[in-house]
Design a protein around this ligand. Structure first.
Ligand SMILES: *Cc1c(COP(=O)(O)O)cnc(C)c1O
Length: 432
């Protein structure tokens, strides 16, 4: 059995005191008692600090704002989460009409919204144009023409950026790499200029920006700088041809620490990018940043209770009440999440695979973890604030868990636990 000594990630919203884990000032044991498990718990302080780390770098020398944060809400789109970020000053990056509706539900300014996604439907495009989003990021020539058609029908102008596929290797998991030639995302680098020329001729299209997003959980700055340089070359070329770009959207994708990875510090990373934009002579452009994971990933944990311990010849299993239905990242990407007992126990440690009750061998949450646990104990699955609840499913007719936001010594239910009858209340059986 492999025994990796992976450290815990650095956390601002969660801490261990006297052998017991807390979200800010609230004990995780108390939360589990009051609200049950599995349970998502977020720290307002952690997401606030992450936002402020970006915002600090967005204000350049002389106090001039040189970039804006548009939170990529697909990472965690709970209304309370996006409302907190809106109040801190964030705009949003959207990838569906559903996310657009969430943004409108919290009263976000349409001009703070950018709309991305490789397969926007005509209905979604119309919805975005009608509310007047800041920009639609276009991912293919076919989509560009679709946007022009929809705008013609609505008799309005469509502000667009082209999403450039810069063909750089973000050195991340293949499923979350998006800026390579072989990925479905963006417009191939060598076709971008031609596509801008085409866009400039379309009657309802306003070219306003340029966009690029190279992947997720990226832990080094180098691929960003490579992509940035390639995008800025295009901006310079377009200017020569009389096509003026007003904003530069650098996408999201900065990684977080799940334990053994060490991504750059948010403020340093952002300063490096924005300084490079200025050095290359493009400091007059507005810059859009679209972080998702790095704002919320380490602002959340998933609490779960141990149902059974099941020793075996090859493996010992610790069967918990959370599963791939609550947190799909391990099953989907073989992602690592630190897992800690919520209360430390003075009993011997055993090596376990932490698994859920779902009928799939892929339903595991952690492998080969040394842990001192007994049936009924609580575990906290760390770094679960991003791509956690939003990927939850009802497979095996499992209701989605509740979500709690902790602010200091207060805990708020920001989404109630689903009820089983709600899961099939919209289904009907055939008549006799
Ligand atoms: C997912 C996504 C992001 C955010 O990515 P993170 O890795 O969560 O920062 C930003 N922009 C676009 C277009 C995306 O699809």
């Amino acid at each position: 059995m492999t025994q990796k000594a992976i450290p815990l990630p650095q956390l601002t919203g969660f801490s261990e005191r006297n052998g017991c884990w807390y979200a800010e000032e609230v004990s995780l044991v108390d939360l589990a008692k009051e609200f049950g498990t599995p349970l998502y718990v977020y720290s307002k302080k952690a997401l606030t600090q992450a936002y402020q780390a970006y915002d600090k770098a967005c204000i350049g020398p002389g106090g001039k704002r040189r970039a804006r944060v548009h939170y990529a809400m697909k990472a965690n789109s709970n209304l309370a989460v996006i409302d907190c970020l809106k109040k801190l000053g964030a705009g949003f990056d959207l990838v569906s009409g559903g996310e657009l509706s969430r943004a409108l539900a919290i009263g976000a300014d349409p001009k703070s919204l950018v709309f991305a996604g490789v397969g926007k439907s005509a209905t979604e495009i119309a919805q975005a144009l009608q509310v007047g989003v800041k920009c639609i990021n276009v991912e293919s020539i076919a989509e560009l023409h679709q946007i022009n058609r929809v705008a013609t029908k609505l008799n309005c102008r469509a502000p667009i950026s082209l999403r450039v596929n810069p063909d750089v290797d973000a050195q991340t998991h293949p499923y979350i790499s998006t800026g390579l030639k072989g990925n479905k995302f963006g417009i191939a680098y060598h076709e971008v200029l031609k596509t801008y020329r085409e866009a400039a001729l379309l009657p309802q299209i306003d070219v306003v920006g340029i966009d690029c997003h190279i992947g997720s959980q990226i832990t080094s700055t180098a691929p960003y700088l490579d992509a940035l340089d390639k995008v800025l070359e295009l901006v310079a070329q377009l200017k020569k041809e009389g096509i003026e770009i007003h904003h530069l959207d650098l996408g999201g994708g900065l990684g977080i620490s799940y334990g053994d990875d060490s991504p750059p510090d948010i403020t340093e990373f952002t300063n490096t990018l924005l300084d490079r934009v200025a050095e290359r002579g493009f400091g007059h452009l507005d810059v859009v940043l679209e972080p998702g994971r790095s704002l919320v990933g380490n602002a959340g944990v998933l609490l779960t209770q141990v149902e059974y311990l099941k020793p075996g010849a090859e493996k010992n299993f610790c069967i918990v009440d959370a599963a791939m239905t609550e947190l799909m990242r391990p099953a989907l990407y073989e992602a690592y999440h630190a897992i800690v007992p919520v209360q430390t126990k003075a009993i011997p440690k055993t090596t376990y695979d932490i698994v859920g009750p779902v009928c799939e061998s892929g339903d595991w949450l952690g492998r080969d973890r040394q842990m001192a646990v007994e049936e009924g104990d609580l575990l906290a699955i760390m770094s679960a604030g991003a791509y956690g609840f939003v990927m939850a499913s009802n497979y095996n007719t499992r209701p989605k868990p509740a979500e709690i936001m902790v602010d200091g010594n207060k805990a708020f239910v920001i989404r109630a636990r689903e009820k089983i009858q709600d899961l099939f209340s919209s289904e009907t059986i055939l008549p006799e």
